[in-house]
Design a protein around this ligand. Structure first.
Ligand code: AVJ
Length: 336
């Protein structure tokens, strides 16, 4: 009997530093104008569960649109990219990765999946299901912050004996602004060989009413998801925050081609987080930006990729133009 474990988990984010870093980031965001909270802190256990519910909402078309594209194209993508390993940036619950992994496992004898996420729980939970479904698969999870740790995917055992497909799905790129998105792509391009490929899933510019509805669902799940970040901060950073004192606000900015999600203070109040040394006075109606969710066109994504040192190879859009997958490679000339 072979005893080697098919599941390993490596932590690149030390838990004690993680809290200090959260305190620093939250303090910085809340003291700047406009005030903001980094969106990665939405995803505690409750937040991850709420996001799961969002993915199934009738208004939130993104997950279904991307899944439909992968159902149709995963095999072709894997056939052309020829990976031995799939690295998923911001893997979360890996809701749609199974489609790529099925194609991978059908092609290569010892396939590897590297889920990379800020939290260990979703990695472990999704790995269990994927390992059961794919008997030859090996999972080597990494807990880290993709905005900081991607360059480490270039080290040691991570440069495996074959091409890798880096997947960045779910339009998570949309959370990053015009400076952050190219910076992340550059850090990925820096660890990619000429044989590696990058698969990006992005939400597209469309009728503002459709976008508005996707972030203002009738059941109020998105509102609850937005407000939950207050509980995360209160718990992690020793604060007292009254959810009642805030309202959910999400709107589409047509000029900037992005959804902005805010928490609006319903009254004058002090937002105090002892462990982060935060004491901020919010006036009635004052907004705290909790997330941007950028919407792209083929042009704007190709421009973003080029700023990030990547060259687009293939554009696969849904027939109704709701969502797209883009396959790319590093713009450097080596190999591939
Ligand atoms: C996971 C960042 C892609 O921006 O649509 C869903 C998060 N926020 N509803 C998105 C989210 C509000 C989602 N991403």
């Amino acid at each position: 009997m072979e005893k080697t474990s098919r599941f390993e988990l490596e932590k690149w984010a030390g838990t004690s530093d993680a809290r200090a870093e959260m305190a620093r980031e939250v303090r910085a965001g809340l003291s700047r104008a406009p005030r903001s909270i980094p969106p990665k802190y939405f995803y505690d256990e409750v937040g991850s569960r709420l996001f799961d519910v969002i993915c199934d909402l009738p208004e939130y078309y993104l997950t279904r649109a991307e899944r439909a594209l992968l159902e149709r194209h995963a095999e072709g993508i894997v056939e052309r990219a020829r990976p031995r390993t799939i690295v998923e940036i911001g893997s979360g619950m890996a809701r749609k990765t199974g489609l790529l992994l099925r194609a991978l496992c059908a092609r290569v004898p010892s396939p590897t999946y590297v889920p990379f996420d800020i939290a260990p729980e979703p990695i472990a939970a999704s790995a269990r299901a994927l390992l059961a479904a794919h008997p030859t698969l090996r999972v080597r999870g990494v807990v880290g912050d993709f905005a900081r740790d991607c360059s480490r995917l270039g080290g040691g055992a991570h440069v495996s004996n074959g091409p890798r497909l880096f997947a960045f799905l779910g339009s998570t790129l949309g959370n990053l602004d015009e400076r952050e998105a190219p910076a992340l792509l550059r850090s990925l391009a820096g660890v990619m060989s000429g044989h590696d490929r990058f698969l990006l899933g992005v939400d597209l510019v469309k009728d503002p009413r459709v976008l508005h509805a996707a972030y203002n669902d009738a059941q109020g799940v998105t509102a609850a998801f937005n407000k939950n970040v207050l509980r995360v901060l209160a718990r992690q950073l020793d604060g007292e925050l009254d959810e009642q004192g805030f309202e959910h606000l999400a709107f589409y900015d047509e000029e900037r081609q992005r959804i902005e999600m805010h928490l609006v203070s319903t009254r004058a109040q002090v937002l105090a987080l002892q462990a982060a040394d935060v004491r901020v006075t919010l006036s009635e109606g004052e907004r705290v930006l909790t997330e941007i969710s950028r919407k792209f066109t083929r042009d704007s994504i190709e421009w973003t990729l080029s700023l990030g040192g990547m060259r687009p190879l293939e554009w696969i859009a849904a027939d109704d133009g709701a969502f797209a997958l883009c396959l790319a490679r590093t713009a450097r000339g080596d190999g591939g």
